[in-house]
Design a binder for this molecule. Structure first.
Ligand SMILES: Cc1cc2nc3c(=O)[nH]c(=O)nc-3n(C[C@H](O)[C@H](O)[C@H](O)COP(=O)(O)OP(=O)(O)OC[C@H]3O[C@@H](n4cnc5c(N)ncnc54)[C@H](O)[C@@H]3O)c2cc1C
Length: 444
């Protein structure tokens, strides 16, 4: 029998829910600590580990290929140079208190022998880690949907490396434009295309426009009208996840800022010189930013567990993996059913609320007690459009835009950025950005 864990919109203003208490459940005295292994130290994995490590009777291990956890909502600002990369990466040894951390890339999971295989990222040595309970929280990777040339000729925006590589490339393009004598080369260097009309694409385009505007004065030969920024979306409107007027508002703001928005058209192919849409429209560009989709972490495809058509781990409403006792999945890599049909979206907002409930369920399952099902209703969504503008959906009929929405976005995400030092660093980055032009040193 499962009980429901109701998290109302009113309660859900913080990212870390406190709906579950683990302290009340204790295992038998002197029993060996149960080994809980968490794969992935992103929003979902960390929120779970932080809750589980409060228990002395569990031996918690977190495995990640990076030694930091990344605050992705601020990644577009890293790509535009408004925020320093280190300021949105929290070291795992700081984020975790008691849990053991292993740095390594998970390569396989032996569900029969209950062990995880990994390659140490430091020396490449293979290693096996045994578990009693396993949590798959490996997140998602960029998906280019098999579109010819897209993997090789576009820039993803999912990791710190992606963001810094994109920033350096943009600076190289500006340098190319002022140094080439070839008009076509110059125009190709000054045309930037962002693919994806969802949150990431819209935020990336807004940030990019702001950055290009702020640094153009360092390149006296480049006129403002020579810089072309195109945002391509396959859906009929921008920000399809939000009420219709959101998309139209974003489109109006972008039109004012000379961002060309192309909708209802999919990418057919990308090559070194640009991209072609299914309609036949061609954009000559050396910069294609890919924000048009993610797929669950590739490792999942290898595992002998139920998977959705897109290879997300199919889970029950309490996050358990059907047919595998003690195996669970949360976050972007899991397909988590909603009580009234459909699935939870792949957002950090959802992921951080899944961790605490799963902590409760792991302990409940180890004690043979009933688990609870996940229920969460988002209190709203926000997008930063750069250049001191934003959009915020604050519930039915409440739409905020312009500077108030942008300030709200900044206040909200700054509050949720982990660590006082990082908060201060980002606040300083923003303050400096307020008074000075963007930086054009391409240090990665
Ligand atoms: C640019 C951008 C902006 C975003 N903005 C927002 C926003 O404003 N609001 C919002 O709610 N959501 C936002 N999101 C979505 C949000 O980032 C995800 O929903 C969230 O990160 C999901 O959390 P997770 O723990 O499932 O996955 P992740 O946070 O991606 O964590 C997965 C972890 O698994 C590790 N990993 C993966 N594979 C392996 C392996 N084989 N071996 C070892 N480790 C591995 C990764 O290193 C990573 O640390 C944004 C995403 C992006 C890319």
């Amino acid at each position: 029998m499962r009980r429901s864990n109701r998290t109302s919109a009113g309660q859900a203003t913080g990212w870390i829910s406190s709906a579950t208490t683990l302290g009340a459940m204790r295992f038998e005295r002197n029993a060996p600590a149960k080994r809980v292994v968490i794969l992935g130290a992103g929003f979902a994995g960390i929120s779970l580990a932080r809750r589980l490590e409060q228990r002395r009777d569990l031996d918690v291990t977190v495995i990640d290929r990076n030694d930091y956890t990344l605050f992705t909502p601020m990644l577009p600002e890293v790509a535009s140079g408004s925020i320093e990369p280190r300021h949105i990466a929290q070291p795992l040894r700081v984020a975790l208190r008691r849990a053991r951390f292993i740095i390594g890339a998970v390569t396989d999971v032996d569900l029969a022998q209950r062990a995880v295989s990994l390659e140490g990222t430091l020396d490449g040595t293979p290693r096996r880690v045994a578990f009693d309970s396993l949590v798959i929280a490996l997140g998602a990777a960029t998906s280019t949907h098999g579109i010819p040339g897209a993997d090789d000729h576009s820039f993803a925006l999912k990791t710190v490396k992606d963001a810094t590589a994109l920033r350096s490339h943009i600076i190289r393009m500006l340098e190319t434009a002022v140094s080439t004598d070839d008009c076509e080369d110059r125009q190709r260097a000054l045309t930037f295309v962002v693919v994806g009309g969802g949150f990431t694409g819209v935020e990336a385009a807004g940030e990019l426009r702001g950055y290009l505007r702020s640094v153009r004065r360092f390149y006296p030969g480049i006129r403002s009208r020579e810089i072309r920024l195109v945002l391509v979306g396959g859906a009929p409107r921008l920000l399809e996840q939000l009420p219709k007027r959101f998309g139209s508002r974003a489109q109006r703001i972008f039109a004012r800022r000379k961002i060309e928005v192309v909708l209802n058209d999919d990418v057919a192919a990308v090559d070194a010189g640009g991209l072609t849409l299914k309609s036949g429209q061609r954009y000559e560009s050396r910069t294609v930013v890919w924000s048009a989709g993610v797929r669950p972490a590739p490792l999942i495809e290898k595992l002998a567990i139920d998977q959705s058509a897109h290879h997300a781990v199919v889970v029950n409403p309490d996050f358990s993996v059907p047919g595998h006792a003690g195996v669970w999945a949360i976050g972007d890599c899991a397909q988590i059913p909603k009580r009234r049909g459909g699935f939870y979206p792949q957002t950090a907002q959802d992921a951080v609320r899944e961790g605490p409930l799963l902590a409760h369920n792991i302990v409940a399952a180890l004690r043979g007690r009933p688990t609870r099902t996940f229920h969460y209703r988002s209190p709203g969504m926000m997008a930063s459009l750069g250049q001191r503008e934003g959009l915020a959906d604050l519930g039915p009929g409440v739409l905020l835009d312009g500077m108030p929405a942008w300030l709200l976005w900044r206040a909200y995400y700054l509050t949720h950025l982990p660590g006082a030092a990082r908060k201060l660093h980002v606040a300083l980055d923003w303050t400096i950005g307020f008074f000075f032009q963007g930086d054009i040193a391409s240090i990665t």
